[in-house]
Write a protein that binds this ligand. Structure first.
Ligand code: PLP
Length: 248
């Protein structure tokens, strides 16, 4: 039977990011998707016009419906606010959980408010197998803990309960992009460095795609490092395919 990933997050009306990107990514990675919509957004690639949270009871009902049949992994994206975080945390199944901490859009709109970030740290990190912050998100977590420095922040995140942390280096200066996967032994253990090309900032939804593909890999039975490497390769494949499409 094809494994199933439950994606919990927001609808991006532009189709660039959010649940539509998640579903495409999960399908490409070889699994099936169920969704629970946390918010409806009106946005283009350039800006977010409006955000309307879905009532937490309806989010819970969607998750309950998904769980009427088997779910093999969960991917969490945009969670809007603390009530939604608390509602989701209360009904998560005991399967591998990949959390993409969607704090803001590339255009700068806040997609999880500060009480929501605090709730995420307290209620969701203890349940998280893989957390996938980019560098601005890592700094935002650092600000919550009152610390700076990548190893220190990773240590604090793992202290709060998540097992693996994939720091995405796409926002760093330089030619290529280095992602760093910190294992359950923390920043003092082995760190896998994954190198790839830098994607143009016009390529939207790369974070959603990567986290969903990692969740699909876990649903298919891969280990976390295998799932991360495969998700990275699938992202490169989209990068190449969309580059070709733009040229055509
Ligand atoms: N909108 C939704 C619903 C999202 O889930 C995300 C990211 O996960 C975004 C917008 C932001 O995407 P981007 O960083 O590509 O602008």
């Amino acid at each position: 039977m094809t494994p199933v990933v439950l994606c919990i997050g927001g609808m991006d009306s532009s189709g660039g990011a959010g649940l539509l990107r998640d579903a495409a990514s999960v399908a490409t990675a070889g699994a099936r998707t169920r969704v629970a919509v946390t918010a409806v957004t009106a946005q283009s690639d350039a800006r977010v016009r409006a955000v309307s949270p879905v009532a937490p009871e309806l989010v819970v009902a969607q998750i309950a419906s998904a769980l009427e049949t088997r779910v093999d992994a969960v991917k969490l994206g945009m969670l809007v606010d603390a009530p939604t975080v608390a509602a989701v945390a209360g009904v998560l199944p005991q399967v591998p959980l990949v959390l993409d901490p969607v704090l803001a859009s590339s255009s700068g709109r806040v997609l999880l408010d500060p009480p929501g970030v605090a709730a995420l740290i307290e209620a969701l990190l203890p349940r998280t197998e893989v957390l996938t912050p980019n560098l601005p998100e890592l700094s935002a977590f650092g600000a919550c803990f009152g610390i700076s420095g990548e190893p220190e922040i990773v240590r604090a995140l793992q202290g709060a309960g998540c097992r693996w942390v994939l720091v995405k280096g796409g926002h760093a200066d330089g030619q290529g992009c280095e992602d760093r996967l910190y294992g359950p032994d923390g920043p003092d253990g082995a760190i896998e460095r994954i190198h790839g090309p830098r994607h143009p900032s016009t390529l939207r939804g790369t974070g959603c795609q990567l986290a969903s593909a990692i969740a699909a890999g876990r649903a298919l039975g891969l280990t976390v490092p295998e799932a991360v490497r495969r998700a990275r390769r699938l992202l490169e494949a989209r990068f190449i395919a969309e580059g070709r499409r733009d040229e055509a």
